[in-house]
Design a protein. Structure first.
Length: 98
């Protein structure tokens, strides 16, 4: 896809965030994480009726977009909202919907 000079970095970042938000399970995960400090992937698999491999893919998409962080703690992975990027996403989407 050719790069257009009218497309800026904010628009590209907004599109990356939007792509990551393109599935209802990912929206649920973000809402779930935004209401608590952090969460282990095992805890998420207890509340989401999907295969662990599918959950892992959704978490990977959110992490790749920078909306969440993941830290390995023993045999578990702890996920948290990436606060700086969460704030950036709110700002970017707010500018789109002005």
């Amino acid at each position: 896809m050719p790069e257009y000079s009218i497309i800026n970095e904010d628009q590209k970042q907004t599109a990356r965030f939007a792509k990551a938000l393109g599935h209802p399970v990912r929206i649920y995960i973000l809402q779930h994480l935004s209401h608590q400090a952090c969460c282990y992937s095992g805890d998420l698999s207890d509340v989401l009726p999907i295969a662990k491999s599918t959950l892992s893919q959704h978490l990977k998409e959110l992490k790749t977009a920078g909306l969440i962080k993941g830290e390995i703690e023993g045999p578990k992975i702890k996920y948290c909202i990436h606060k700086e990027n969460w704030t950036l996403a709110q700002k970017l989407f707010s500018s789109v919907f002005k």
